[in-house]
Design a protein around this ligand. Structure first.
Ligand SMILES: [Zn+2]
Length: 178
């Protein structure tokens, strides 16, 4: 059971007035004070991190959404932060490594179910290499297991998020086509 983000706004977050039922869902516009909430996606990053052998770093997620399924290192972009900065920060927070040679790959829409609310997300995907001499040190509240893996069909089918699967397929096609 979940609701869309706009449905979670029953009251104006600035003045507290109840939402008029006649208001269109997007954006939320307060009839009392005019405050407007746009329900565009929040930005998140995902890293396809490759080692010297060409294997990709994937993680078994330790928590919902997608607990027990595979994910790639990444997370939400903070205010005043670039996608590249967010990627470096999130990778270091989750698996304790520094990355290098980061390049943009593609974007894909995603949804993140949080506390029963569907949050629209746009995922920004990058390819990066693990820097020399780095040892994986996972953050155990987020990462149950980690692996350097080939991108087999079985691996791709076990990704927690469709957007991750799409990005990995896109990356794999690029490798196949040289
Ligand atoms: Zn208001």
């Amino acid at each position: 059971m979940s609701i869309e983000l706009f449905e979670a706004y029953a009251f104006c977050p600035r003045c507290g007035a109840a939402r008029h039922s006649t208001q269109p869902p997007r954006p939320f516009r307060c009839h009392a004070c005019g405050y407007t909430v746009f329900f565009g996606p929040v930005a998140a990053v995902g890293g396809i991190i490759v080692n010297e052998a060409g294997k990709v770093l994937l993680l078994v997620r330790a928590r919902e959404p997608g607990k027990g399924l595979l994910g790639m290192p990444g997370g939400f972009v903070d205010p005043e932060e670039s996608g590249e900065e967010a990627l470096h920060r999130e990778v270091f927070e989750e698996v304790g490594i520094k990355i290098t040679n980061t390049s943009y790959l593609m974007t894909a829409p995603n949804r993140y179910l949080y506390q029963g609310v569907q949050i629209p997300v746009v995922d920004l995907f990058f390819v990066a290499e693990v820097a020399q001499g780095q040892q994986i040190a996972p953050e155990h509240t987020e990462v149950a297991e980690w692996m350097w893996t080939d991108l087999t069909d079985e691996v791709l089918e076990n990704m927690a998020f469709k957007s991750n699967q799409i990005a990995l397929e896109f990356y794999r096609r690029g490798l196949e086509n040289g």
